[in-house]
Write a protein that binds this ligand. Structure first.
Ligand code: ZN
Length: 409
């Protein structure tokens, strides 16, 4: 077995990859509407997934902090067009947080929120699988902006009312008594407007359940870090409480959900509050989060050092994780290095990323491992990739995983 000379490619600036001004737009602070903020970090010319001539797939991303209320947010933010273009290959309308319907159902039931006849609205319901996990003596409604997901959900769950709509203006047949938003709020450009709309349509005695990742629990050894590019507001306990307050909601119970970064609150209707001043503790916590992020990248450098002088590198994983390696790591130096990408997602196979072709993992059967190395470029997927690589007979000494341990978060 020898490598055909054209197997490995230099990283390149694919000429079709551009930025487009209409993909991003500046916005005021999502909590206090202030215009004064400072930059926390920037990812320059960040590429979203594969190369694509004609469709702008790059954007310079800036995370900022409001100088008044200390809310952390992406600014400029994705426009609707930008979201459609940049996340076209993301696979799901919102992130990839694994929901846990069983645990969520038990949590609601323990608080007597699932009495027969209760009208429940799940905002960001995707295909309606959480609603489908609830007792059918509830009146179940869901809304999502992902039209194909709603269509699939309707076919699968004809007894559930699923609406395709934006979240700040949707028609409902009944006034909800229980509203749930599990890992949705951090994805919304105008979260206050959505919460105010929910306040307007909810029954007077309604309960609101919200779960988001928060700064307080954002430490991770994943190089994607707390500032996920899929999240456009990064809440702390303080700023989440403040946002609910300006929309007329008061937190009556709050809990850290174990096993991943989920902070769940239960709220009831109250009078609208003024935006709060910032909590100085949020700045200390931000510095810890950034220190943790840099430490994760430093740790990856220790793994990449094993590449030593190797000039032929196979990267397994053509997703955003590899773009983060491009943004921050030494993987693409020296410039004489040549690369091949493999990914098990059929949608990515046959495409390229920054000029490097993406093939199915079975392309690795033709690689001469005496001179090539395999970098596993995924956080959550690392254990499965290592297993598959070993099963494919790839020797352990060429395998470069980037993490000592993986935490679900
Ligand atoms: Zn603010």
């Amino acid at each position: 077995m020898g490598s055909p000379p054209n197997t490995f490619f230099p990283i390149d600036s694919f000429p079709g990859n551009t930025q487009h001004a209409d993909n991003l737009a500046m916005r005021p602070c999502p909590l206090c509407a202030g215009e004064d903020h400072r930059q926390i970090l920037e990812l320059t010319d960040f590429q979203f997934f594969t190369d694509s001539a004609g469709i702008p797939k790059r954007a310079t991303l800036r995370q900022v902090q409001c100088r008044h209320c200390l809310t952390l947010f992406l600014n400029p933010c994705y426009t609707l067009q930008g979201f459609a273009h940049l996340f076209a290959e993301a696979g799901k309308s919102y992130g990839s947080t694994a929901l846990r319907p069983g645990e969520q159902r038990a949590w609601l039931a323990m608080r007597d929120l699932l009495a027969p006849g209760t009208v429940i609205l799940d905002v960001g319901c995707y295909e309606g699988s959480f609603l489908a996990s609830l007792p059918d003596n509830l009146l179940r409604q869901g809304v999502d902006i992902d039209s194909p997901a709603i269509a699939r959900g309707r076919a699968r769950h004809p007894d559930i009312e699923l609406v395709h709509s934006a979240f700040d203006q949707f028609p409902l047949s009944r006034q909800p008594q229980l509203i749930t938003l599990f890992h949705v709020l951090e994805h919304l450009p105008e979260p206050a407007a959505v919460l105010a709309r929910l306040h307007a349509i909810a029954a007077p005695e309604a309960r609101l359940v919200i779960e988001v990742p928060v700064l307080e629990h954002g430490d991770t050894n994943d190089i994607n870090g707390f500032f996920s590019v899929q999240h456009i507001t990064h809440f702390s306990r303080h700023t989440l409480s403040g946002l609910l307050g300006i929309a007329g909601w008061k937190i009556i119970e709050a809990e850290k959900i174990e096993g991943y970064n989920g902070y769940r609150v239960l709220a009831e209707k109250t009078d609208r509050q003024d935006p709060p001043h910032g909590n100085p503790a949020d700045i200390a916590r931000l510095q810890e989060i950034l220190a943790c992020w840099h430490k994760a990248h430093r740790s990856v450098e220790d793994k990449l050092a094993r590449l030593s002088e190797a000039l032929k590198i196979v990267i397994w994983g053509a997703g955003l994780h590899t773009e983060f390696l491009y943004q921050t790591s030494s993987l693409f130096y020296p410039s004489e290095r040549r690369f091949l990408l493999v990914d098990s997602d059929p949608i990515k196979q046959g495409q390229s990323w920054r000029g490097i072709p993406i093939k199915a993992p079975d392309a690795m059967a033709d690689i001469d491992w005496s001179e090539a190395r395999l970098v596993i470029s995924s956080y959550g997927g690392q254990p499965a990739m290592i297993k598959a690589a070993r099963e494919a007979g790839i020797p352990d000494n060429v395998l470069i995983p980037l993490y000592n341990e993986i935490h679900v978060y």
